[in-house]
Structure formats: C-alpha cells, structure tokens
Design a protein around this ligand. Structure first.
Ligand SMILES: [Fe+2]
Length: 353
C-alpha cells in the first residue's frame, strides 16, 4: 500500500480525477482577483471575473508553456513574461507581438486551457481534467457541505502557504492527521499541552470523515450548566476530505493541508495554508496569526513528517510486511477502506484488528 509502484500510479490517477479543494474563497475577494496554485504539479491560475464567477485555467502559456501569472492579486490581463502573449481573465488570447510569425489559425486556438472550477462551502475547487465536465461538489461533499459552510472559514483572512516536499507516501502523510493517539508522544511539548491524547469522536460521511479532538480544558466545564457549554471552544475539528485534503478547524484558526502523491510511492508534497477570523487592520494581530501558522506548521514539519519519513524508510526496506491500525484509530480504518473501495480493491474486511 505504501511502496508499490503500480498501486501508486492508480492512486495518482484517482487523485487526478477527484475534485480538488485548492484554497479559500477569500483568496479571490473581488471581481478581477486572481491567485495561482500548484496542484499535482500542474500550474493552475484561478480568477474571479467581472461577473463574480470563479474560473480556473492551466497557468501555462499556449505559446511556449511559461506561467502567465505568479502569486496573487488583481489583474484584467495576464502577460506571459517570455514573449508577452496576453490573455484576459477568462483565459482568452487577446494578442501578442510578432503576429506575422504565426498563422492566423493559431490565434483562434491560443486561449488558456480552462479547467472545471467551483466555489463551494467557502472554498475554491478545481478539476484537473479539462474535458471532465462541471464539478459537482454538492454530490462530492454530501451532508458535510453545509457543515463546512457553517464555519465561514472561506471568508477568513488567508495567512499564507508553506510547502513540505517529503520522502513520505502521500497516504502516510495524511495518516498523521487521522488520529490523536500519537499526541502524548510525538507532540508531547506542543499539541499535547492543550489537547487530550488518544480520545476522539469519529464520524464518517461517505468517503470523508470527521475527527473531533477535545481540548484539555474541556473538563473545566463539567461543573457549569450545560446551557453555557460552547462546544467549539473546547474542540479541534479535523475533516478528511477524500482523497487527499485535510481541514483543521477551531474557532480561532482554519488550516488546509493539500497532500499530493509525488514522483514515486515514497514521495509526496504538502501545501499548508492557514486562515484567521481576526481583523488584520492591526499589524500586531496579523503578526499573531503568522505566529500561530508557524507554530502549527512547525509541528508537522519537525514532529510528524520526520517520523513519517523514518516509517517510510522502514517500509521501503521490506523488513516488515504489515502494520497495525487499532480500534482507537478509526480515521485510519476509514481512509484506507474507502480508498481501497475506490480503487476496486475492497476485500470486505476491515484492514485493521
Ligand atoms: Fe501529529
């Protein structure tokens, strides 16, 4: 499951054909906004048109394949830095110098390749196959859609993006988010200081799941009247969106982890983004949100992923053929069961004990 090349290639295909959550609605705040992403190595440009509609394109010039946009901002036109071929924010080729060098027929087909795109539940979504037709995110999320929308995370202020390119299978990377059994050991001096270890509420939503991790201070409310309990002040909520996205949400912080299969079974790339409900008009608040992001990122970079890389090394060696998923790790059972099912590999048995 974690080292086989043939299986890995089928998993890559599955990710390539799945709707991909790529960021927050707030990254395209107004008509004319744009942002750029890398999704499964594919450069993607997202725009919000004057009609308010979100569109996505391959961020690949139709001339010589240079990216036509970098970073994010507002622009009505995108000028390729290589030879100045120019496109509008609906992807249409609008001109370029030296037209006499090309037959007129090229101009007709020189538009950027459009990708299926959607804005749903506060997030931006793309499909990576240009001809696959519109995305049906309602069907993809099912009952989870209204719940994700209710957080309003998509309207929070984006804080940044950090990238982890690691020698870890993409599912092993995702699995580090699917149980809190490891908090007391791996995160002894970080998350375990304020959240409980090995205690979680698990619910599945079709191919997706939700884990609710209690904060340590949840016990403090036991003596207070139940009407005064504020659930969200006492939990971290982790959503695993099939097949490769993790959302981590609290009332104060929203995180997106986009985990992509890399160049081989033992390689993946994680894009980590944060969003904050706070008002950034005060610079000190912005700084505090940056610090929260760095803290959360460091725990993955310095605690979870180095351990996962050690595990991957052991698996690559072939020293041991199996691992164990406990009953206290239902997120792992669920992720691997639904993936097996999607790949047509369901054995009808739980993969764990
Ligand atoms: Fe962890």
């Amino acid at each position: 499951m974690f080292t086989d090349q043939e299986r890995f290639e089928r998993e890559r295909e599955l990710v390539l054909r799945s709707p991909q959550l790529v960021g927050y609605r707030s990254e395209l705040p107004t008509p004319g906004s744009f942002c750029t992403k890398t999704v499964m190595d594919i450069p993607v440009l997202l725009t919000r048109g004057s009609d308010g509609i979100v569109r996505a394109f391959q961020n690949v010039c139709t001339h010589r394949q240079a990216p036509v946009a970098k970073g994010c901002g507002a622009a009505e036109r995108f000028v390729c830095p290589f030879h100045a071929w120019t496109f509008d924010n609906r992807g249409s080729f609008v001109g370029g110098p030296g037209r006499e060098g090309f037959p007129a027929t090229i101009a007709a087909g020189a538009n950027l390749t459009e990708l299926p795109a959607a804005e749903h539940s506060g997030f931006l979504w793309v499909g990576l196959r240009p001809d696959a037709g519109p995305l049906d995110i309602d069907a993809h999320l099912g009952d989870l859609g209204p719940e994700l929308e209710s957080w309003n995370i998509g309207n929070w202020a984006p804080v940044g993006e950090k990238v982890l390119d690691v020698p870890v299978n993409w599912k092993l990377a995702l699995d580090t988010f699917a149980e809190n059994y490891h908090f007391a050991t791996v995160h002894r001096d970080t998350f375990a200081v304020f959240t409980k270890s090995n205690c979680a509420l698990f619910d599945s939503y079709g191919q997706h799941h939700r884990l609710v991790f209690p904060m340590r201070h949840i016990g403090d409310i036991a003596d207070q009247p139940e009407e005064s309990w504020e659930p969200l002040n006492n939990f971290v909520v982790i959503y695993a969106l099939f097949p490769n996205i993790v959302l981590s949400a609290t009332v104060a912080n929203g995180e997106v982890f986009r985990v992509y299969p890399g160049s081989k079974p033992g390689h993946s790339v994680t894009y980590h983004q944060n969003a904050s409900p706070m008002d950034f008009s005060d610079e000190s608040i912005r700084k505090a949100a940056d610090d929260v992001f760095e803290y959360a990122h460091a725990s993955v970079r310095d605690e979870d992923y180095p351990l996962a890389a050690d595990i991957q090394r052991a698996m690559n060696s072939g020293a041991r053929a199996e691992m164990i998923f406990g009953r206290n790790e239902p997120g792992l059972h669920h992720r691997h069961s639904v993936l097996d099912e999607a790949l047509g590999e369901s054995t009808g048995e739980s993969p764990g004990i």
